[in-house]
Design a binder for this molecule. Structure first.
Ligand code: ITT
Length: 199
């Protein structure tokens, strides 16, 4: 069976992508499965550049078809920040997801609500020796000042989805995987993946 490497070091993404990519019916492999320890510097100016860089680096290091995700949270009252820099959105090195959520709320507290925001995900697929293929997805909601829920990762506990009356952390994984930016990006990537693996 052909293999697809889920090219990310983020455990939350690995879990979600594993579920989302199951229906493709190829063998899914994580960096840990093949003892691959690779940290790619994310110095691109766009999600596409960073996702492509990660997918290419993992494909080159493993020889496997590789799928990377570059994503972020864009908050309107913060002029689209942290966006591309969502994983590093804190002045102190060593900060974790909880520190970043608290920092975001601190930066928003004097701005009028609702704090509308959206998640964006760009997926890049690298086939060794071929051009990178891209797909993306978005998910709209708002930031709330208190944490709710225990699921997901990153900014999920403060990302509220008004039409559901729940934060992303309060969704079952199956529900997040129908509605999220990453779910939409994977859905848009499916025809590309089917072409790569089955044509
Ligand atoms: P890899 O590069 O190894 O994939 P990373 O965490 O560094 O892992 P990104 O550079 O794409 O990945 O950073 C995206 C950040 O955006 C992530 O660390 C979270 O803080 C946030 N984020 C992305 N998707 C999210 C989601 O579904 N729920 C909550 N936060 C999310």
């Amino acid at each position: 069976m052909k293999k697809l490497l889920i090219a990310t070091n983020n455990k939350g993404k690995v879990k979600e992508l594993h579920e989302l990519l199951k229906e493709l019916d190829v063998e899914l492999v994580t960096p840990a499965d093949i003892n691959l320890n690779l940290d790619v510097e994310e110095d691109g100016a766009t999600y596409i550049e960073n996702a492509s860089k990660k997918a290419i680096a993992f494909a080159q290091a493993s020889g496997l078809i590789s799928l990377a995700d570059d994503s972020g949270l864009e908050v309107d009252a913060l002029d689209g920040a942290p966006g591309l820099y969502s994983a590093r959105y804190h002045p102190k090195p060593g900060a974790d997801d909880a520190d970043r959520r608290a920092y975001m709320i601190e930066n928003l507290k004097d701005k009028s609500r609702p704090w509308t925001a959206h998640f964006h995900a760009t997926i890049a697929i690298a086939v060794p020796g071929e051009d990178v293929k891209i797909a993306d997805g978005d998910c709209y909601g708002e930031i709330i000042p208190e944490e709710r829920g225990t699921g997901g990762f990153g900014y999920d506990p403060i990302f509220f989805m008004p039409e559901l009356g729940k934060t992303m952390s309060e969704l079952e994984m199956e529900e997040k995987n129908r509605l999220s930016h990453r779910a939409r990006a994977v859905m848009n990537a499916m025809p590309i993946l089917r072409e790569i693996f089955f044509n």
